[in-house]
Design a protein around this ligand. Structure first.
Ligand code: AMP
Ligand code: MG
Length: 398
């Protein structure tokens, strides 16, 4: 059996970054730039300006009585200079008039008959210098992560209206199984609703990819091969679910093998026993277990990092927090478990994790209730009450 690290390493060895496309900034949130360094073509802010509504003055004139000789408002050059004994009314974001070297906020002065009385010397605050945030020619390095609203604001402030971004990896989702029916369809004997087509497509989108949901395939190698090969040229990766085990009707592995090459692994991970990984026509194909909890958890561990690697990003992109287990949760001794838990802040800086419900690999509601996966190492029989573990934060903290 492979360790999680061995399997993930072998999968990531097949990651190829997607080509780039030019993207207008208003479509940029969550997208991944091709490069994270930008050279500033302008100063930010572009000119000296006031951070308060008030008066632009010469610091040497205050305290004192100053004659108001004009106004500077945002969006235009100041119409007049400040000479000895005078002040210019100024608005937030307006350019500093020539001659002025300080701003006195409105709240600090009194004004009568065109004369402003400044009772104290200006503090030096309230004046924002050109290039104070970024100087023209500076290299601005954004975090190597999907663009956030703040990162987009930085780019906009630099005058950058479009970025080269990685195309979202296109990921085909292929659910296999004779028993599967679409949600909304009535169920006949032995049939169930297909959860994986929907859950995996959503997980692809959450990871930064674009899901292409293929028609469900029955447990027939000819049908599986036809659907898979038909989609292959359109996508960067295929994620199949079901049919990867050793049952008589498990054909995903043989289809990958017949059309490319396959590695079939048993991984020391719980949930998620067997996983098929291979390439067909040079594209990675992953066969996840069909049990819907196993499918989503193995996606989290193995597919999410692959999609991110195709975007040029590292790791799983989740926060890892340290949690104390609030109860004993049993597991398989041989395998590393990812237990479904609800993690809560304890109020003292730490977190406590309670089992989100049954840990069976078919029990979807506890997975949906969970906001974290507690990682319990190989060789241990349980998450023990009162002991600390790493947990992958997959949802919002309760
Ligand atoms: P398999 O990996 O094909 O042996 O399937 C394991 C279990 O997962 C079986 O109980 C299947 O009915 C179930 N299963 C497989 N595919 C799906 C799916 N797309 N949605 C929900 N359950 C599934
Ligand atoms: Mg099956």
């Amino acid at each position: 059996m492979l360790s999680v690290e061995e399997a993930l390493g072998a999968i990531l060895a097949h990651a190829r970054v997607t080509p780039t496309e030019s993207l207008q900034l208003d479509r940029g949130c969550g997208r991944v730039p091709a490069a994270f360094r930008f050279t500033a073509a302008v100063d930010v802010p572009p000119f000296d300006n006031s951070s308060m509504d008030g008066f632009a003055v010469r610091a040497a004139d205050a305290p004192g009585e100053l004659r108001v000789v004009g106004e500077s408002s945002a969006g235009a050059a100041a119409d007049v200079a400040v000479a000895e004994g005078t002040a210019v009314r100024i608005m937030t974001g307006a350019p500093m008039p020539r001659g002025a070297d300080a701003v006195v906020p409105l709240e600090a002065v009194s004004e009568r008959d065109g004369v402003v009385s400044v009772p104290v010397a200006p503090s030096g605050a309230y004046l924002r210098h050109a290039g104070e945030d970024t100087r023209r020619g500076d290299v601005v390095e954004l975090a190597a992560a999907p663009l956030t609203p703040a990162a987009i604001a930085v780019l906009a402030s630099l005058g950058i209206g479009a970025v080269e971004a990685r195309r979202r990896p296109r990921v085909a989702i292929l659910s296999t199984g004779d028993e599967l029916r679409a949600p909304g369809e009535p169920l006949g004997a032995g049939q169930i609703h297909d959860a994986n087509s929907f859950s995996l497509a959503a997980a692809v989108a959450e990871a930064g990819g674009e899901a292409v949901v293929l028609p469900r395939a029955v447990d027939d190698p000819g049908v599986i091969a036809r659907v898979l090969l038909g989609a292959l040229s359109e996508v960067d990766l295929v994620v199949a679910s079901g049919g990867v085990s050793v049952g008589r009707h498990d054909h995903v592995r043989t289809v990958i093998e017949a059309n490319g090459s396959v590695d079939f692994w048993r991984i020391r991970v719980q949930p998620g026993k067997p996983l098929a990984f291979g390439t067909v026509r040079d594209r990675p194909v992953i066969g996840l277990p069909g049990n819907p909890v196993s499918a989503l958890v193995t996606f989290e561990i193995f597919v999410r990092p692959l999609i991110r690697a195709m975007l040029g990003l590292r790791g799983h992109g989740r926060a890892v927090i340290r949690v104390v287990s609030g109860s004993r949760i049993g597991k398989d001794r041989e395998r590393r478990a990812y237990l479904r838990v609800v993690a809560r802040a304890r109020g003292d800086g730490g977190y406590v994790a309670e089992s989100a419900g049954g840990q069976g690999s078919h029990q979807l509601r506890p997975l949906a209730a969970a906001n974290a996966l507690v990682i319990v190492p190989e060789g241990e029989e349980a998450a023990e009450e009162g002991r600390s573990y790493d947990a992958l934060l997959t949802g919002e903290l309760a």
